[in-house]
Each structure stands twice: as C-alpha cells, then as structure tokens.
Design a protein around this ligand. Structure first.
Ligand code: NAD
Ligand code: GLY
Length: 361
C-alpha cells in the first residue's frame, strides 16, 4: 500500500493507493459508526462499484444514501449539481454529512463543488475510478462545473478529507478512457520530471496493459508530483499554473466540439502538442523534444492534432476566456525542455494560432 500526504496544514490529507481498498472500512476513516454519508456516482459506476462501497460502509454502521447522476462530461453542469443538493435535502443531511465521490473526474468535480457549497461546506472523500482521476483530478481540491461558454468556469478550491485509489477499478475502464488518463500522466513528465518521462518512454506498453506494478508506480509518482505542487501553491498563484500545460488549447477543443465529444485527456494531448509547437516557434524547445512528446502521446493512443473542423480562429474566443488570462493578457504554459515548463506572457495571436496550424492534419 502506498500513502502520500498532501501537506496543507490542518487541511492536510492522505492519498492511499492499493488494490481492494473499496472493500476495506479503514479506507473511509475518520467516518465511524453512526455517521451519515451521501454516495455520489453515475449510472455506469453504480452498476460496477456502488454496492461494494455501500456494503463496506454499512458493515461498520455508517448510514449511506445515494444519488445516481447521468454519465458524461455534458452533465457536469449547474442543473445536475442541483440534483445532489436535492438528494441531500430530501434525505435531511446536515452539516455533519460526508459526500463520497465514486467515479471519474466528472463525478469528483461535481461532488467536490457540492461539498464546498452545501450548507457552506461539508466533508468529502474522493474514490477516483479512472486513471485520469487517480493521477490528477481527485488530488488538489479543484472542483467545478462547466458553463456553455467555458470549461470549469464555476467552482471552488475545496480539499477532500482523503483520496482512496483502488487499483482494481482500472480493470473495467475502457481503453479510450485509459489513454485519456495517460495524457495527464505524460503531462507530469513534460513539465516536472524528465526522469519520469524517460520511465514512461520505457514502460508505456505496460501501462496500456495495466501491468499492476508499473501502474502502481505510475500513479504514485504522479500523485507525489501533484501533491508537491499543490502544497506549494494551493490556489494557483504561481507554480500550479504549470499543471495546465495544454489546457488553454485543450479546453477550447472541449468547449467548441461539445462537451464529451473529445475526452478531456484527448483534448489535452492535442493541446500539449500545440503548446510544444508554440515553444518550438519561439526557439524555447528543441525539435527533438517536440518529437519525443509526439511519439509518446501517439504510443499512448492519443491524438496529436486538433479536430479537423476547428479553424485557428475558432480557438480564439475560448483562449481569451481562459482562467489564466489576467488584465486581458493571455498567459500560456509552454514546455522549455522535457521536465521543465514556464509561463509565457506577451505572445502574439499569430504565434498562438500558428501552432494550431502546425497541429492540423
Ligand atoms: P469521466 O469522469 O467522464 O469518466 C470517464 C468515463 O469512464 C465515464 O463514462 C465514466 O462513467 C467511466 N468510468 C469511470 N470509471 C470507470 C471504471 N472504473 N470502469 C468503467 N468505466 C468507468 O472522465 P475523467 O477522464 O475521469 O475526468 C474528466 C474530467 O475531469 C473533466 O471534466 C476534467 O475537466 C476534469 N479534471 C479535473 C481536474 C481537477 O483538478 N479537478 C483535473 C483534470 C481533469
Ligand atoms: N489539473 C490542474 C490542477 O489541478 O491544477
């Protein structure tokens, strides 16, 4: 069993990684007999894991209610969020309740935001079931819903009580979703850890085959890297912005193509290639590094070009609404070497758009 601490003073918490954790009541500490919890999940996960988690909690006399949401990125919105509040109110949950997010990043982000705002804040636990959620979205307290005009535009920073990664979940994950998670994994190598990037170049096939030893190491390393960044900059005033590599372009793809049509990791993969090409154009990244990033993304089953139907101009309104825009000026995360990235300002629209053209089929 691996344990990683996200160090945030009194709000510090642990990420626990092992197989079989959903069946172990200790995973849900500090919940205890007599406590009340609301399990939040979607239709797909309800079929696969809801009874297992319910049973574990009920074995130790924790009272559990549940709300089962529709499945998909297109449901990460305010009206679906309201379904969680309705379930909480209908079942008379008070401030002492705990929300438990059982699912991928969509369920985690919705549940976290519900926990941040229900009765001005209740506890919540993350049970991430996709690779993407296990290595990224369940850690660090970013919670949000989408708006028609922009991705993750309404949300809060709100940390969970704990993150419980049961590795067995990955066995049921569709391969396209696994690849989507690998985009965020590769992101960590590009921005923070050259050695990890080399490890990925060697072990990517084992990760696609869900080799348990390789996967456990990979998730642990990603969580360590993310925990370090979050501890240093919880609310993204500085270094945390680097975790958004590829997201400025990627969020434009997700919103423009209609939420759910391009998976988050797919859009981020194409977005990271666009960021790499921007850096190449500015002579900040070598051709060799661009080619290594491209090759690894392809080997992970990810796209390295944007959607054919999106023109460079169609990216622009989304890019200007990016959360990193300050005083009207765009700030873009660019890789400067494998294992290193920086924030750039003062880029011209031409440079930003040229990179989109570089990544068109
Ligand atoms: P997702 O939550 O939509 O899950 C992907 C699909 O896999 C869904 O259909 C889901 O039902 C299914 N699924 C989940 N676990 C499964 C399992 N074990 N077996 C079978 N099917 C399973 O997508 P995601 O990729 O997990 O998350 C993407 C979301 O995360 C986006 O909304 C993105 O914005 C957000 N995100 C948030 C952060 C953050 O810091 N909060 C970071 C990265 C991404
Ligand atoms: N996924 C980016 C972050 O958590 O900051």
């Amino acid at each position: 069993m691996e344990k990683i601490t996200v160090t945030l003073g009194k709000r510090s918490y642990q990420i626990t990684i092992a197989s079989g954790l959903f069946e172990d009541p200790l995973s849900f500490l500090p919940l205890k007999a007599g406590n009340t919890a609301m399990l939040v999940t979607n239709k797909t996960l309800a079929r696969l894991y809801l009874n297992k988690v319910r049973h574990t909690l009920e074995r130790v006399d924790i009272h559990v209610d549940q709300v089962i949401l529709p499945d998909g990125e297109q449901y990460k919105n305010l009206s679906v969020l309201e379904q969680i509040f309705t379930a909480l109110l209908e079942n008379s949950h008070g401030r002492d309740t705990t929300l438990i997010a059982l699912g991928g990043g969509v369920i985690g982000d919705l549940t976290g935001f519900a926990a941040a705002s229900y009765q001005r804040g209740v506890r919540f636990i993350q049970l991430p079931t996709t690779l993407l959620a296990q290595v990224d979205s369940s850690v660090g307290g970013k919670t949000a819903v989408n708006h028609q005009l922009g991705k993750n535009m309404i949300g809060a920073f709100y940390q969970p009580l704990s993150v419980v990664v049961d590795l067995t979940c990955l066995q049921t994950l569709p391969i396209r979703e696994l690849s989507s998670g690998l985009a965020e994994v590769i992101k960590y190598g590009i921005i923070l850890d050259a050695e990890f990037f080399v490890w990925l170049e060697t072990h990517i096939n084992e990760l696609i085959d869900i080799n348990p030893v390789a996967m456990a190491y990979c998730i642990r390393r990603c969580c360590e890297l993310k925990a370090g960044v979050v501890a240093a900059d919880e609310t993204e005033q500085g270094v945390r912005s680097l975790l958004n590599l590829g997201h400025t372009y990627g969020h434009a793809i997700e919103a423009e193509m209609g939420y759910g049509n391009w998976l988050h990791g797919e859009a981020i993969a194409a977005g990271m290639m666009m960021a790499a090409h921007t850096a190449l154009r500015l002579n900040q990244l070598s051709k060799l590094d661009v080619s290594r990033i491209r090759t690894l993304l392809i080997r992970a089953g990810l796209p390295v070009t944007g959607p054919k139907i999106m023109t460079p101009d169609s990216y622009l309104p989304h890019i200007m609404r990016d959360k990193k825009v300050l005083a009207g000026e765009l700030r873009l995360v660019l890789p400067t070497a494998i294992g290193h990235a920086e924030i750039y300002t003062g880029l011209t629209k031409e440079t930003i758009m040229s990179a989109v053209l570089d990544c068109q089929d």
